[in-house]
Design a protein around this ligand. Structure first.
Ligand SMILES: [Zn+2]
Length: 410
């Protein structure tokens, strides 16, 4: 079994060891892997993601450790980016851990322990799972809801614990002792020895992860989005350098928004609300004006059109108004109090035609539209009084309308 050097020394970044076993690439894992006698590389487990780094041979061949995972039987496999000459069992290697990545993982994972402990301490909300992503981390709390004051309260308390720079200790105890201590979330009963991570006066957890030596190294904890999930409430958070980077990104975005409004950062929400209200009002004014315009145009068209056989037929194609305008025009024309058939179209992309008659008229707009559209491969339909359809681009719409007018004998 590989000796896990990170168990006792999470800040060991360079180490020497011997290759114990070589794992050939498989369908699931295309990279070759090696098992070492001892390793400081952390394999993905317990919510924490794996380390990356290098293995260097005596002949100075550097092999990139791209992924590290733990098999079901507890073997730690280091997957290497394809090498020219594969390593063989018995080869002496020097391992180097990617320090920045490890430090980030330690900040996030230790931050999680503090945060989980604070949620229990303040609000009796236990953590049921922990996830470490590339961008942010999250814990799922066993609670159906979380108030924003509780989020702020937990963030404040967690950061106080960081400022107090409390020691974080690693201890090994037997399972029996752990059970006596009443530890929550004990790992499955495979090993008799348990590794405990103890943050002074706030938390003791059984955990195999790499942790900081004192809470001050976590730097800061910033809580982000919360959302309801199946098993409770998810809280996104970032610690240390990630917190600074995220805050910087937020600040940049907010500054850009503030510059657009020539406002202070904190005035941005009020400015956005004001701008929403203004555009809503403008939209309403535009709709009213449009309706007045279309009504006047419909009445004008009606007045210019002499009636035949007790009804008026209006044929009108718009080149600069869209289909919804054409539709409104047809509605206004057919509800002006005299029997009217309106054959209207818009050639603005996507072109459309509307056939409407004063409700209860003797023609059938739906079947007329179908008949006319069939000649050009258009699609559409409707009722006896109102039908609407689309025509292929480039179609001679004016000709279509004349054809429709001819069909009804106008
Ligand atoms: Zn942990």
């Amino acid at each position: 079994m590989t000796t896990r050097l990170y168990y006792n020394d999470p800040e060991l970044y360079e180490f020497k060891t011997i290759v114990q076993e070589v794992v050939a690439p498989s369908a699931e894992q295309l990279r070759p892997g090696v098992v070492l006698e001892a390793t400081a590389f952390y394999p993905t487990s317990g919510g924490q993601v794996h380390d990356t780094g290098w293995l260097t041979t005596d002949t100075n061949e550097r092999l990139r450790v791209a992924e590290v995972s733990e098999t079901e039987s507890g073997k730690i496999v280091h997957y290497l980016e394809a090498s020219v000459r594969p390593l063989t069992a018995g080869t002496a290697v020097r391992g180097s851990i990617d320090r920045e990545r490890r430090r980030d993982h330690m900040q996030q994972h230790s931050g999680q322990h503090v945060l989980s402990a604070v949620f229990v301490d303040l609000y009796q909300m236990p953590t049921v799972s922990f996830h470490m992503g590339d961008e942010y981390c999250s814990i799922d709390l066993e609670t159906p809801s979380l108030k924003s004051e509780q989020v702020v309260g937990a963030e404040k308390r967690a950061n106080e614990i960081l400022f107090e720079n409390r020691p974080v200790r690693i201890r090994f105890i037997s399972r029996a002792e752990a059970e006596k201590m009443g530890l929550r979330k004990l790992p499955p009963a495979e090993r008799d020895e348990l590794r405990l991570i103890e943050i002074a006066d706030i938390d003791v957890s059984a955990c195999g992860g790499t942790h900081v030596a004192a809470t001050g190294q976590i730097g800061s904890i910033l809580l982000r989005k919360t959302e309801r999930v199946k098993q409770g409430t998810r809280v996104e958070f970032v610690c240390g350098d990630r917190a600074v980077r995220m805050a910087r990104r937020d600040y940049t975005a907010l500054s850009e928004a503030a510059a657009l409004f020539s406002a202070q950062l904190w005035d941005v929400p009020a400015q956005i609300r004001k701008s929403f209200d203004e555009s809503k009002l403008l939209r309403r004014q535009k709709d009213d004006a449009l309706e007045q315009l279309v009504e006047a145009m419909a009445l004008d068209a009606l007045n210019k059109q002499p009636g035949t056989n007790g009804r008026k037929v209006i044929v009108q194609s718009f080149a600069d108004r869209d289909t919804s305008f054409a539709k409104l025009f047809a509605q206004k024309a057919t509800r002006a109090g005299v029997p009217v058939i309106a054959l209207v179209a818009s050639t603005v992309d996507p072109p459309g035609v509307i056939f409407a008659q004063t409700p209860g008229g003797s023609a059938d707009m739906g079947s007329l539209l179908k008949q006319i559209l069939a000649t050009v491969g258009g699609r559409g339909g409707g009722t006896r009084d109102f039908a609407q359809g689309g025509v292929p681009a480039g179609c001679d719409v004016a000709q279509l309308l004349r054809q429709a007018a001819g069909t009804i004998g106008a």
